[in-house]
Design a protein around this ligand. Structure first.
Ligand code: PMP
Length: 410
């Protein structure tokens, strides 16, 4: 195999690999992580808000006290102890025993990302249609595209997914003779917009999906990160059937542990476990023990409060800076929780084309096109407020405002 080049592999790849392209965000990371650049890109939680010494001590003891289990293989579904802990966490959002949530139907995953991949493995054949908000989570698009599915975006406004648009999309698919496999939705403090599906619309969306027999994949990593007010209850707290509920400890505890989960309809649970075993044998026993011990021995609800307070202060810093420093033609969302603001540039400015000028001015963001499967979003950008300090946020917005003013003047 001397002289083998990348091109020699092209005709060996599986067909699904053709749809795999580098995400806009990953490509930005290298540049955005330079210390002189204020990064409003990325989506990292501020793990510095954790009591790191106490967490470190707790994790250290996992091996000395429980080495024979924490360093061993485990079962594919995840440890019973963690699945019980997950049910306590979900109960805080109203997804509790009263609506049929049970440790038996929880499947532990390697972060929310593996949860998405498992859902795609179970339900998507090449060519299948999936509905998702427009815009939606870039990592979900990557999974659906790798499964060779077609993503149809359903439009959103400040109250989230527009029910009439969902009905229209269902009708259009029916006219085209296409079966839609599921609606993928992030109803609360959505990534990338920060928008939350309103109380009234939650019922409407559930009714529409029920009538159409449309499965819902509800992705809820941010629901417990609300600021002034509690988030409306998840869709899964309102209906038992037809919903796969996904979440993760990445934003409420620590993404480095890579622990997430799916609460599945009972009938689907076994298939998920079989698919997960084929993929990873079992989730990390060590990471699961770290999370369940954290839930059992540390004040995790207090930590949630701390995350909320830190992020609320940073969101306020971002919104205030935008108001003060952005040209009047620019608009943006006002998230009630989560990690992101979604901004719309003055007409005629392309966020991706502006990126090199932004980097030269030492500020980074994520251009909006990456959050759509259909090339929309040229005039949008996503701004993260969880990781940079309020001072850095302000400085970043000042730099960004300068770049936009310059673009407007030319
Ligand atoms: N879903 C959404 C909506 C997300 O924003 C993320 C993380 N950015 C994930 C899933 C993946 O979560 P994890 O980091 O736990 O894999």
């Amino acid at each position: 195999m001397t002289g083998t080049t990348l091109d020699d592999y092209t005709d060996r790849y599986a067909r699904r690999v053709r749809g795999m392209t580098a995400s806009e965000i990953r490509a930005l990371f290298a540049v955005a992580s330079r210390p002189e650049v204020v990064s409003l890109a990325g989506g990292a939680p501020f793990v510095g808000a954790l009591p790191l010494d106490a967490v470190g001590e707790m994790i250290g003891r996992l091996v000395s006290d429980h080495g024979p289990t924490t360093l061993q293989y485990g079962i594919g579904q995840g440890t019973p102890e963690l699945r019980e802990g997950i049910c306590e966490v979900m109960a805080l959002s109203g997804v509790d025993a009263g609506c049929g949530a049970s440790p038996d139907d929880v499947v532990v995953t390697v972060g929310g990302q593996q949860a998405l991949d498992l859902v795609a493995r179970l339900f998507l054949d090449p060519g299948d249609v999936v509905f998702a908000e427009g815009p939606t989570y870039v990592g979900a698009l990557g999974v659906f595209q790798a499964a060779q599915a077609q993503v149809r975006h359903v439009s959103m406004d400040d109250d989230g997914l527009v029910p009439a648009a969902l009905e229209e999309a269902i009708a259009a698919a029916a006219r085209a003779g296409q079966r839609v496999k599921f609606l993928y939705t992030i109803p609360t403090y959505q990534n990338p917009t920060g928008v939350t599906l309103s109380e009234a619309r939650r019922e409407q969306v559930l009714d529409i999906c029920e009538r159409a027999g449309l499965l819902i994949v509800e992705d809820d990593p941010y629901g417990q990160l609300g600021f002034e007010t509690e988030a409306p209850r998840p869709l899964r707290a309102r209906r038992r059937d037809g919903i796969l509920y996904l979440s993760t400890f990445s934003k409420t505890f620590a993404p480095g542990l890579r622990v997430g989960w799916i609460l599945a309809p009972h009938a689907v649970r076994d298939k998920l476990v079989i698919a997960s075993e084929a993929q990873i044998l079992c989730p990390s026993a060590f990471a699961q023990a770290a999370v369940s011990t954290y839930l059992r021995t540390m004040p995790w609800q207090e930590q949630l409060k701390t995350y909320r307070e830190v992020y609320q202060e940073r969101r306020d810093a971002l919104l205030e800076a935008l108001l003060e420093l952005m040209p009047p033609e620019m608009t943006w969302t006002r998230p009630g929780g989560g990690l992101f603001v979604w901004a719309t540039l003055p007409a005629g400015i392309d966020a991706k084309a502006m990126m090199p000028r932004a980097i030269a001015a030492k500020v980074a963001y994520v251009p909006g096109v990456g959050f759509y499967a259909d090339g929309s979003g040229a005039g949008n950008l996503r701004l993260n407020f969880s990781f940079p300090t309020p001072e850095r946020i302000r400085e970043g917005v000042r730099r960004l405002g300068g770049v936009i003013e310059q673009d407007l003047a030319t």
